[in-house]
Design a protein around this ligand. Structure first.
Ligand code: SF4
Length: 497
């Protein structure tokens, strides 16, 4: 925008004020470029929003008897009128109660009447009250008071990790935040004044910083953050804070770091690999590989973390395994593959556990990458399925983690400071690529699995078959990748001897 163009005047909503509290530049772009591609939710962001909507809908049933202001969000005048009417009629609660004051529009998740006045209830799909929830509620409280409402309390109603299906009577916790909200409520008018003034001007100059990722990752990172050169000091393994200091001292990349500058053990190996442009292999790798005794099963799970549990004993956001892939390598090197993917909304664990036990029964060693995750999944199934607990725990007893073996003994310059499988595999086993897969990361896999299992009926059969095939290919790639990774590590030992 040029200086001669003046921005159009705008109203503020609660979400815009919250964005402005994170960063004025972010708010400026939200208001001046509402059609910016960065602001259009992708499928994952939409799924998160849909989850919030489902949690919000369910939360209302825990504060029953209310009147729903069931109108499109932007039907502002009608929403205000319908809310006023519901309050005049003495409704015990109003859901999506809408108010406006000083140019700010808010829709309160649940406004509950009690003996002394009203309680504002903000529903969150998190499992605790977070710092940024307080200003969010304060904005609503401010608008309600400006409307003359007798607000006697404010609460955040969030999910309860102690709740276990099927008893959902304690699915939500209502945390009183009245005091914290009161402490900052008088600041709201100042926030709004500063944001409104800022929005009347040209794009504000805001430096990048920690606010770019907290409380939410800003969608405009690509506009503001510079493209870093390869091997920037920020890629140093586990030295994030030190990297900032090094950057300030003028060291831009790992190539610039003097040999005698003390670094952590792994970061030091990284520096050697980057400077020498080769893979560093520690002599102790040979010994570390001795525990991988054949026959070996290479194992990987995919999980879903449902906000609202639907399977026996599960809590909100428990990571429940719903898919696995196993490559089984015999002593003679021959490899067979086993996999399983849940179908439909029934509890997947009994069938998955039975198939997993069979796939692992011949193995002396069960290999996973970052095995703590697989261990936790199997332990959780052992708890849920006592009849299978012994063979499941026998898998845990044979479990060996390949990640620390790589992290403690090998560094390839292309790891980029990460030992995640998606960083390690392309560097050490370049034939194995993830960029040709439709599903190429765990977050997308989890989202697709949840969609498939919980809302599978709403997906047409051809699309469902395609998603299943994509998921099976992705999980297969992870365990085939482990087979090839172990093979590659053994080659590195041979080459070094
Ligand atoms: S990337 Fe950072 S500085 Fe840029 S708009 Fe977002 S929060 Fe503001």
């Amino acid at each position: 925008m040029t200086a001669s163009e003046s921005p159009r005047p705008v109203g503020l909503s609660k979400s815009r004020i919250m964005a402005g509290l994170q960063c004025h530049k972010l708010l400026w772009w939200m208001v001046q470029e509402p059609a910016a591609p960065e602001l259009q939710p992708d499928e994952l962001a939409q799924a998160v929003m849909d989850r919030g909507t489902r949690v919000g809908e369910l939360a209302r049933s825990y504060v029953p008897g209310g009147v729903m202001i069931d109108l499109p969000y932007n039907a502002y005048a009608e929403r205000l009128a319908r809310t006023r009417q519901a309050l005049e009629d003495g409704a015990p609660a109003v859901y999506e109660a809408s108010f406006r004051a000083g140019g700010i529009f808010v829709a309160v998740d649940i406004l509950k009447r009690d003996d002394r006045g009203f309680r504002l209830i903000e529903v969150k799909s998190s499992t605790s009250v977070r710092d940024h929830h307080i200003p969010d509620v304060a904005v609503q409280a401010y608008v309600l008071r400006q409307n003359g409402l007798d607000l006697v309390g404010a609460e955040v109603m969030h999910l309860n990790r102690d709740c276990a299906y099927p008893d959902l009577s304690n699915l939500f916790v209502r945390s009183d935040v009245t005091e914290a909200v009161s402490a900052i409520e008088q600041s709201v008018s100042g926030w709004v004044a500063r944001q409104s003034e800022m929005l009347q001007g040209l794009i504000p100059d805001v430096p990048i910083g920690p606010h770019c990722t907290a409380p939410y990752e800003c969608p405009f990172m690509a506009r503001c953050w510079p493209t870093l050169p390869p091997h920037h000091v920020s890629t140093l393994y586990a030295m994030r804070r030190r990297a900032l200091e090094l950057d300030e001292q003028g060291y831009q990349t790992i190539h610039d770091l003097p040999e005698d500058m003390p670094l952590g053990r792994i970061a030091d190996r990284q520096r050697r690999a980057v400077k020498e442009g080769r893979t560093i292999v520690e002599p102790a790798l040979a010994g570390a590989l001795e525990v991988f005794v054949p026959p070996i099963t290479f194992l990987d799970f995919e999980t879903v973390g449902l906000a609202i549990p639907v399977w026996e004993g599960c809590h909100p956001y428990d990571a429940v395994p719903v898919q696995f892939s196993c490559h089984v390598q015999a002593a003679d090197g021959g490899v067979t593959h086993h996999d399983w993917l849940a179908e439909g909304p029934a509890d997947p664990r009994p069938a998955l556990a039975a198939r997993l036990i069979r796939a692992c029964e011949s193995a002396r060693t069960v290999v996973a990458y970052n095995a703590g995750f697989e261990r936790a999944c199997i332990e959780q199934m052992a708890e849920a399925l006592p009849i299978l607990a012994t063979p499941l725990r026998s898998i845990v007893a044979r479990l060996v983690d390949l990640l620390p073996v790589v992290r403690n003994h090998v560094y390839h310059p292309d790891f980029g400071g990460s030992f995640g499988l998606k960083s390690v595999l392309p560097a050490l086993v370049p034939d194995l690529r993830y960029d040709n897969l439709t599903i190429a990361d765990g977050v997308t896999a989890s989202f697709e699995l949840e969609r498939l299992l919980v809302n599978g009926d709403e997906i047409d059969p051809a699309a469902r078959a395609r998603i299943r095939s994509d998921l099976l290919r992705y999980c297969h790639q992870d365990t085939w990748g482990l087979v090839k990774l172990l093979e590659r590590l053994r080659e590195l030992v041979k080459a070094a001897s």
